[in-house]
Design a protein around this ligand. Structure first.
Ligand SMILES: Cc1cc2nc3c(=O)[nH]c(=O)nc-3n(C[C@H](O)[C@H](O)[C@H](O)COP(=O)(O)OP(=O)(O)OC[C@H]3O[C@@H](n4cnc5c(N)ncnc54)[C@H](O)[C@@H]3O)c2cc1C
Length: 595
């Protein structure tokens, strides 16, 4: 999902800007809870900030107000017994990944007799093979410490940045891009250098990024009123008042990009640890993004859609639920200077799976997969015991380490470290997570295309999904077979209910949701689908809710306890790969300083 790119924006349109329900131009009948398609249902969404550019005409406004209802309608679709919903699929697929059953063992096995297990000894055990854990191992190795193991519950590393591959292309299952980092992020710059994304350095040491990994044009397009349009701002039919608000919003973002505190720190930068803690900036964390928009008298439904899309895109929460600090961070942190474009994006067919695979290769046999860590406990000899369940061996295994790095989401920590002090446990419980449904749709060819040409990121205004990313885009293959990665954050119900709903979803139901959504823009897509796989991310990402980022729990959870060090992107309160890498490196540095 994408950041502050200039959304090919709009010149004033001729139509009105009323909040009228969306209307398709007849190519796709407009479905809504009140107007379902024959036998089924469906809905809208997506975006980034902008600077006005070209534009079309017509008059349709995104259905910002009814997004929650629209998502409910989409999700209700496969569960309904409406006539016409039971068409058998000619394609196959499966639900992949996320070993929920293994994860639940962590909770079930509260009392484990480990005394009889003879331990393997090592300096450091890293738990979790996502970007945080892999980065921790990478940092240890860079500093000459190779006596460690990394234990990962899944059969493959990567966590939410994992990827898959087919005969046609590799493709992401979660994280798919990273903006080119600035000088505040030397670790990420090092890693990008190693994966070949930096080809040289200009005068002054400024990195020159390799062209083939910078997201190829066109980066994004938006489907509005039955047509694709360039960029992300839904500018079709925008009035001068809409564009004036867009400019005013961008001016406000520019003001924050220029802002510095008494120590010269930016309000928003990556990693978050480098951001100013001045009250003027952190006060934004006390209100929602919607509150902030209201305070600024920003009421254009197009702008609201763009901002809401951005929140759902990066954080999986609506603007009504997202901290205004996080909302502005989305736009301002990756903009190098006021008035400039956002930092360009780096991407690969497999998304950030490229970085995952590089780091995992560097760690080599120290990475052990299929091992669910059930218990981490300081022992009387000053070392730390780690107990894991081996899926392949169907047995418990034990390590004794001088240090442990827990690079797992905080909600798991109290189960794995039951001896953690009560205040630390309660800090972990303050972390809330949203759920996502992700699908990889394998296509034998491309469907017909109305309007602007296919892009890397393809967003549907009139859908609650985030649309899809084309895995073959970066390699220049614009015709023939491809894989599209389709994303849907579940924002229509409380997190626990969303997880329960997701847990019960069958492959057939998920496939029906995905196909119906894609048919909004591609009515002839169904016969082209050869396979459709689904990932249920129950705890996809930490929710960036008001009060959490600059509240006490996040930092309390991040500090070391005994010889246990904590990593994980959620410790920043915002779910970005830069933060995962930062925390992995920080935790490794804590270990290095203690040894
Ligand atoms: C759908 C989606 C799209 C995203 N897109 C982007 C994007 O484009 N750009 C971006 O910057 N960020 C994106 N993100 C966020 C990004 O993926 C994360 O911020 C980052 O990858 C998190 O890394 P992590 O290591 O902190 O956590 P995780 O990825 O959650 O990794 C934790 C690992 O620990 C393992 N684990 C958990 N418990 C145990 C246990 N008991 N024993 C052993 N192993 C265990 C898990 O299996 C997992 O592999 C996206 C996230 C999602 C869900």
């Amino acid at each position: 999902m994408e950041l502050n790119k200039s959304p090919a924006s709009p010149t004033p349109g001729t139509g009105s800007t009323s909040e009228s329900p969306s209307a398709n131009n007849g190519k796709n009948p407009g479905f809504s809870p009140d107007n379902p398609p024959p036998g089924c249902g469906r809905s809208p969404e997506r975006a980034t900030p902008a600077r006005p550019r070209a534009s079309p005409s017509v008059t349709k406004v995104p259905q910002y107000v009814t997004r929650r209802d629209a998502l409910k309608a989409l999700l209700a679709l496969p569960l309904a017994t409406l006539p016409g919903c039971s068409k058998p699929n000619h394609f196959t697929g499966e639900i992949v990944g996320a070993s929920a059953a293994l994860g639940h063992r962590v909770r079930e096995l509260a009392a484990i007799d480990t005394a009889s297990l003879s331990p393997q000894t090592t300096e450091v055990v890293i738990v979790g093979g996502g970007l945080a854990g892999l980065s921790a191992g990478w940092r240890l190795m860079k500093n000459g410490h190779s006596d460690f193991v990394l234990l990962e519950v899944e059969p493959q590393t990567g966590g939410t940045a994992a990827s898959g591959t087919s005969q046609v292309t590799a493709y992401p299952w979660g994280a798919h891009y990273v903006p080119t980092p600035g000088p505040d992020n030397p670790a990420l710059l090092d890693i990008l250098g190693e994966v070949g994304a930096i080809e040289s350095h200009a005068a002054g040491g400024t990195p020159v990024f390799a062209e083939q990994f910078l997201c190829r044009e066109p980066e994004e397009r938006v489907f509005q009123n039955g047509q694709w349009h360039e960029g992300l701002y839904p500018g079709d039919g925008a009035a001068e008042s809409d564009l004036e608000e867009l400019r005013r919003f961008q001016a406000e973002v520019d003001r924050w990009v220029a802002w510095r505190d008494a120590q010269g720190r930016r309000a928003f930068t990556l990693p978050l640890s480098q951001c100013s803690r001045a009250a003027e900036a952190t006060a934004l964390d006390r209100i929602t993004m919607t509150d902030w928009m209201n305070q600024q008298a920003l009421t254009s439904s197009r702008l609201k859609w763009l901002v809401d899309y951005s929140c759902r895109d990066d954080y999986g929460t609506t603007a009504d639920e997202t901290s205004a600090w996080a909302g502005l961070f989305y736009f301002a942190s990756r903009q190098p200077a006021p008035g400039s474009e956002s930092a360009p994006l780096l991407t690969w067919p497999e998304g950030l799976g490229r970085i995952v695979n590089h780091l995992a290769d560097a760690l080599g046999q120290r990475v052990q997969t299929g091992l669910a860590v059930l218990r981490v406990a300081p022992s009387t000899d000053g070392r730390t015991d780690v107990i894991a369940w081996s899926a392949a061996g169907n047995r418990l295994v034990r390590w004794s380490a001088r240090h442990v790095i827990l690079a797992i989401p905080q909600f798991i920590v109290p189960y794995v470290v039951p001896s953690l002090p009560a205040d630390r446990q309660s800090a972990c419980r303050a972390f809330e997570y949203g759920s996502w449904l992700v699908a990889n749709v394998h296509l034998s060819g491309r469907p017909t295309n109305a309007g602007f040409e296919p892009a890397w990121d393809n967003v549907l205004v009139e859908s609650p999904s985030l649309g899809y990313v084309a895995a073959t885009h970066q390699t220049g293959r614009d015709h023939g077979p491809t894989v599209w990665t389709w994303y849907l954050p579940l924002t229509d119900r409380p997190p626990r209910e969303a997880r329960e709903w997701l847990q019960g979803l069958t492959w057939e139901q998920a496939a029906a949701i995905v196909v119906k959504d894609l048919e909004i823009a591609h009515p002839d897509i169904r016969p082209l689908i050869t396979r459709l796989d689904v990932m249920k991310w129950g705890h996809a990402m930490v929710r960036s809710q008001p009060g959490f980022i600059w509240g006490p729990d996040r930092e309390r959870a991040a500090g070391p306890w005994e010889s246990i060090h904590f990593a994980g992107t959620d410790l920043s309160g915002i779910p970005l790969c830069e933060e995962a890498i930062h925390h992995g490196v920080r935790a490794a540095d804590e270990v290095l300083q203690a040894t």
